[in-house]
Design a protein around this ligand. Structure first.
Ligand SMILES: [Zn+2]
Length: 335
């Protein structure tokens, strides 16, 4: 009788305990439903615009000056390969794949097919306008000896996250990203105006270890004045260059929101584009007959930092951790 009882206990353990341990080891007791699934309304709109997965998309290929149709997942290999170094760790590449997929889908959902730069396609391959993309041939040529290994690494990052997107409040997010932060990411509201609940400033101090995190840009006094006057003819420059500048107003992330130069007010992002700075996190110092910008980071600073993703992956974080780190309060779901 006692033996039978022990057998029952062991049997019960096998039935209940072992699968539980397996679930625990494979990533914890994940809820069967994501916290913010895609809303029924979004799904309906997506089906009208995109059909059902696997999606086909149209993109305007700038280099070829033509619109081509792709399988979305195939197109993403060209985006991830063009946007992130293939030498980056697998989890960073996977985060990039999900961010790029989400960005493209939200662009398509927002597109009314009237984008002049695209010849009717919802996205293009201009990195300054939409997202960079390269054909497999272009990537292979650029990678040289490492082509085969790099391509299989990128294909794996796309395949292993197939159909996964980042969502907030039932719909795909605007998954913006850039090369490296200035040590903190920026609030979307501080850079572009308009609050976006999941694009909030977070610390990304490890970006300081990225190559060329600090950069400088030098201009002679005449060059500097000429550029300012081309945008603000009313600006006045006295004898002493150290009196040309006001204290800048800084964002929560540390970027320059506004600064007065020669009495004229500029947004930090405007100064960035006028002087081709790597970011709008800068200081301006007159030194002798020069004006020197000292700049931190590279890119607009809103959302996911690609170098930050690399450092997070190096420290053991997976791609979902990385996405949730940079996009506050989001979930990653399959469409
Ligand atoms: Zn575009």
């Amino acid at each position: 009788m006692k033996r039978l009882f022990i057998c029952i206990i062991i049997y019960a353990c096998l039935i209940f305990l072992i699968p539980s341990i397996a679930v625990f080891i494979s990533g914890g007791f994940a809820p069967s439903k994501p916290q913010t699934p895609l809303s029924a309304e979004y799904k309906k709109q997506a089906e009208e615009k995109l059909g059902k997965p696997p999606y086909k998309i149209k993109s305007y290929i700038v280099s070829a000056d033509e619109v081509r149709e792709f399988d979305l997942e195939e197109y993403l290999v060209g985006v991830v390969g063009a946007e992130m170094p293939a030498s980056f760790p697998e989890e960073a590449l996977k985060a990039q794949a999900v961010a790029a997929r989400t960005f493209i889908i939200s662009r398509i959902m927002a597109s009314k097919g009237d984008v002049a730069e695209h010849k009717g396609a919802p996205v293009c391959t201009n990195p300054a306008h939409c997202k960079a993309w390269k054909s497999v041939d272009e990537l292979t040529a650029a990678w040289g000896d490492n082509a085969k290994e790099n391509l299989s690494k990128i294909e794996k990052a796309v395949k292993s996250t197939e159909n996964e997107i980042a969502v907030w409040n039932g719909a795909p997010i605007s998954a913006v990203y850039y090369s490296m932060s200035s040590g903190n990411t920026e609030n979307a509201a501080d850079v572009w105006g308009g609050d976006v609940p999941y694009l909030k400033s977070v610390s990304s101090s490890f970006d300081e270890n990225a190559p060329n995190f600090n950069s400088t840009a030098e201009f002679t006094l005449d060059e500097f004045k000429k550029i300012i006057l081309s945008e603000a003819p009313e600006a006045v420059f006295g004898e002493n260059p150290s009196e040309w500048f006001s204290e800048p107003t800084l964002s929560e992330g540390g970027g320059v929101m506004s600064i007065k130069i020669g009495g004229a007010e500029f947004k930090g992002t405007k100064i960035r584009s006028m002087f081709s700075l790597r970011s709008h996190n800068f200081s301006i110092t007159p030194e002798g007959d020069k004006i020197i910008f000292k700049v931190k980071g590279y890119g607009h600073g809103v959302g996911l930092s690609q170098w930050g993703s690399k450092f997070l992956a190096d420290s053991g974080k997976n791609y979902i951790d990385i996405l949730k780190y940079y996009y506050t309060g989001i979930d990653v779901v399959k469409q």
